[in-house]
Design a protein around this ligand. Structure first.
Ligand SMILES: Nc1ncnc2c1ncn2[C@@H]1O[C@H](COP(=O)(O)OP(=O)(O)OP(=O)(O)O)[C@@H](O)[C@H]1O
Ligand SMILES: [Mg+2]
Length: 244
């Protein structure tokens, strides 16, 4: 069966979401080469970013699903940059898991970047560009109706499992998983799926030993060429270089 792009439903900072002609329960996620940071305040175009992120996200989501049994939105890879997914109602709670202190966790709490946490820290952020994704807790989700208690419990359970699987994955490649963000969504028939992407855009990855950054902080902090970093990650994972 072939799936064709329908109307553009949503344009985010790094992906476009298209409907699927003749189907109302699927979407096509199209990855873009655009790179943004600080909630869109910094912008650039990074060659190969779309192909690398699409490949890595596909691979990591499949891996996580196999290792943990957690269900994802993925259905089929349509091209290097297009993925057919189940359409979900995205839960407005961004789930962040941290293993090592970095970024806003260091800033907000006055902690040293690089502090290894005694156990994984799971945090919620309200998914809102106009508000710069503020930190939030269960009480906000319940009061404002963003998620129900049983959903938050599932998100916590799933996030911990995803973290364990991803830590093992990156560990074997000589990389520390510092932190990452994931999103979940609801299907019309009541399932909660791991949605969106798992890519170096939403993870902090440090080379073991050197702590060299292998993620979007390279772009945020002008530490080098993000395209080179992402192509290096691709090669670490797949063993071969990204083709032309
Ligand atoms: N299976 C899905 N069904 C519907 N929407 C999805 C699905 N997977 C991801 N999305 C949504 O697609 C949008 C576009 O992705 P992108 O990563 O470009 O957004 P973004 O710029 O990060 O903005 P946002 O703050 O909305 O995440 C996001 O809002 C994401 O939540
Ligand atoms: Mg995004």
């Amino acid at each position: 069966m072939s799936f064709e792009r329908g109307e553009l439903i949503r344009e985010g900072k790094s992906k476009q979401v298209f409907g699927v002609a003749g189907s109302d329960d699927k979407v096509i996620l199209h990855y873009k080469d655009d790179a943004t940071a600080f909630n869109g305040k910094k912008f650039g175009v990074v060659e190969d970013k779309a192909r690398v992120n699409a490949a890595i996200s596909w691979h990591l989501m499949q891996y996580v699903a196999k290792e943990t049994g957690i269900r994802t939105h993925l259905i089929e890879r349509l091209s290097d940059t297009d993925q057919l997914c189940e359409k979900v109602d995205i839960i407005m709670v961004e789930v962040v898991v941290r293993n090592i202190v970095a970024g806003s966790c260091a800033r907000r709490f006055g902690r040293e970047e690089g502090e290894v946490l005694p156990f994984p820290m799971i945090e919620w952020f309200y998914k809102s560009d106009p508000l710069d994704d503020p930190p939030m807790s269960d009480v906000h989700a319940l009061t404002f109706g963003w998620a129900e208690q049983h959903e938050l419990e599932y998100l916590r359970f799933a996030a911990a499992k995803v973290n364990k699987a991803l830590c093992d994955f990156w560990d074997a490649l000589g990389v520390d998983l510092v932190d990452f963000k994931i999103e979940f969504g609801r299907t019309p028939d009541g399932r909660i799926l791991l949605a969106d992407e798992i890519s170096p855009d939403g993870c902090r990855l440090w080379e073991k030993g050197t702590r060299r950054k292998l993620d979007k902080d390279v772009f945020r902090r002008d530490l080098g060429d993000l395209g080179d970093t992402y192509r290096e990650l691709y090669t670490r994972i797949f063993g071969n270089e990204l083709g032309a």
